[in-house]
Each structure stands twice: as C-alpha cells, then as structure tokens.
Design a binder for this molecule. Structure first.
Ligand code: ZN
Length: 375
C-alpha cells in the first residue's frame, strides 16, 4: 500500500489526521522544517527531533546539483545521509529553478537551466524530477510544476497551470508505486477560482496520494491566499492529505489549518533564526535590539527549547552582536520549537473540539504584538 492519510477528527473544517509513510506515522496538522541541502540549517538532526518535528523537507534543486542525487543514493539515501530516520518530503526542484538559477528556458518537455553554483547547464523534466526524488528516497515525491509568477494575467495563469497538469500526468506515469511512498499533485491556477477548480479536477482525475496547493505566498497577500483556499480546499478529496507549500507566518498557519490544510513547510523560522528574529507567543522579537542587552529573562517563558530554558535574552543579544555561531544555532532551535508547539497545540485543539478558542488565543498574542525592528 502506498503512503496514505487518515482522518482522526474534524472541528469545523479543520482536520486532525495521521500520515502513514515508509518511515513512520506523522500526526497532522504538521509543520515540516526545511532541510534545504540535506540539513536543517544550523541544527543537528537530534536537535530537530527534540522539538517534536516528525517530518522534514529536502530540496531537489540543491541536492541534484550538490552533492548529486546518484551520490546521495550511493550513500544510502537522504535519510541515512542526514541521520533523519523519519519521513522526508522533497520538492520537485521547479520552484528553485525559477527563483535561483541563472538562464533558464521552459518548453513543453521540461526546463533547461544554469546552476547558480557553477553555471553548469542542467535539464529537469517531469520524469527526471521523479527519478531524482526516488534516488533521494523521498517518502513524498512532488510533481514537477511551473510555479505561476505573481502577478499573472488569467491567460498566463491558465497556460502555466495547464502545462503543470500535463506534467502531473507524466509524473504519475513515471512514479513507481512502493510501500509507504507517495506522489502528490500540485494545484495551480494563480488567484483565479475557475482555474484552481479546473486544476483540482485535472489532478483528481489522474489520482494522487496527496494534494498540494502551490503558487501561493508569492506576493498576493494573506487575504487573497485565504480566499483562494476558501474556493480550492473544499473541492479536494476529503480522504487525502492537503499540503500548502511554502507557507507561512503563524497567522497564515492558523488560518490555513482552519480551512482544512494538513501539511506545511516554510523557511521563515530557520531563516529568521539566523538573522536574530524570534517567534514568540507574544509576537516577533529581534534579539539584536539594544533593549535585550540587560534582560535576564528568557525569549519566551512558555518555551522549553535550550535557548529559553537555559539562557537569557541578554545572552542571545550578546551572541548576535558578537557574531557568534551559537546565536543562529540556538535561535533556529527556538523558532522550530515554536512552530512545532504551535502545530501540536492546533492539532490537540482539533481533537478536543476547541479549535476556534485556541486559534483566537494564538491570533490575539500576535495581533497585540508590535514587531521589533533591528536596533
Ligand atoms: Zn525557546
């Protein structure tokens, strides 16, 4: 049996469930820390595990260029290479080809691009992307698609989405079913409800183990993103996992879980951690801000991570001011802990039938906060 997802409880349209993979079960809603190049930046695998994270994401684009998918396979696959025994989802490489590589050329068959590392020329097709993800040993393989740029006219969004749907059929064809492994299709269509609906219909006609909503959080704003989810999510199959790609802020996650999304990934907690920005139950703090220089209290008193349990805001401030490596390490740990705690809280609330009061409390903590600017 391929990877599957089962529903444990609903509260409104929010869902709690279990994703069953070759490398273990994952309770949803779940946030997957981003392990771009075979590492969640600045964290050991043990540290990632200690936050309660059960599943991580790897980036096909980065891994195919360096160290190379065949080499990862020879080293025993991505799980073994990065000491992550839990499930791994890999993206298709398409998004980063568009955002990172130099020259690139799209055609019906695939995309040719230049590596951002050494300028070497590469080609990615739907079949090749699926094969690379098999070599990496991804539990969840994502279909290669074109992430429609924002803004796009309805005509551009339609052409781009229809190309992605033809590629999705080719990915399905190229994917070899294996016990506990699965392939997810990606809904595109920009901000146009009719195109999103057409995309859902095309994907469900092909049939996938899970469905992702792509092409959001690209500049359309939260209100528009939620409006796309409002029209798209209800059309998705109820018995398959739903994954909102590359999203987002704590308030984005709360709103998307409310609308029936099960899976998330985003670079924000790790990237912010490296630049001194901390997510807390009372909003965002910038550890570089001078007001933390003499503060002996923790970043977030409710947090159990080592940065909060053993260190002060003053020490974190010092580490960032001094450019010490430990600053980004501890703060990334803290931010991943915050995201895991947030998802565990939302999941628990759905199971207990009190999602809305929990969501309101989390939102209030953020609404009343004033984000700190760098000192
Ligand atoms: Zn903490």
């Amino acid at each position: 049996m391929t990877l599957n997802w089962t529903l444990d409880a609903t509260d409104g349209t929010a869902r709690a469930g279990t994703l069953r993979t070759a490398h273990g079960d994952v309770p949803t809603p779940v946030f997957m820390p981003v392990g771009t190049a075979g590492t969640v930046k600045a964290m050991t695998a043990d540290a990632v595990r200690s936050t309660g994270a059960r599943m991580v994401l790897g980036n096909t684009y980065h891994l195919m260029l360096r160290p190379g998918a065949e080499r990862v396979a020879r080293l025993g696959g991505l799980h073994r290479m990065m000491d992550w025994s839990g499930p791994i989802l890999t993206d298709s490489g398409g998004f980063q080809v568009m955002s990172l590589s130099g020259l690139r050329k799209m055609d019906e068959q695939g995309v040719t691009f230049q590596s951002h590392i050494d300028g070497s020329k590469h080609r990615l097709t739907p079949e090749h992307s699926v094969e690379i993800q098999r070599l990496l040993d991804a539990d969840v393989t994502m279909c290669l698609d074109e992430c429609t740029p924002f803004p796009a006219t309805e005509k551009q969004a339609a052409e781009s989405m229809r190309l992605s749907m033809r590629w999705a059929a080719r990915c399905r064809e190229a994917f070899t079913p294996r016990e506990g492994y699965g392939l997810f299709g990606i809904v595109q269509g920009g901000v146009y409800p009719d195109l999103r609906a057409e995309s859902v219909d095309a994907l469900t006609a092909i049939g996938f183990e899970g469905y992702a909503v792509g092409g959001l959080a690209v500049g359309e704003g939260q209100e528009m993103m939620f409006s796309v989810l409002d029209t798209t999510v209800p059309r998705l199959p109820t018995d398959k996992a739903r994954y909102l790609m590359g999203v987002g802020t704590p308030s984005d996650l709360v709103g998307a879980v409310r609308r029936g999304i099960d899976m998330f990934d985003c670079v924000m907690p790790t990237r912010s951690g490296r630049t001194g920005r901390a997510y807390t139950r009372h909003g965002m703090l910038n550890m570089r801000n001078a007001r933390h220089a003499d503060d002996g209290g923790p970043i977030d008193p409710a947090c159990t991570c080592p940065a909060c349990a053993r260190h002060s805001r003053a020490y974190m401030h010092h580490l960032f001011k001094a450019g010490e490596m430990l600053g980004p390490m501890l703060l990334t740990w803290h931010n991943i802990q915050y995201y895991q705690d947030l998802m565990a809280e939302l999941g628990g609330a759905i199971l207990a039938g009190r999602f809305e009061e929990t969501a309101a409390r989390i939102d209030a903590g953020w609404r009343n906060s004033e984000e700190e600017k760098a000192a």
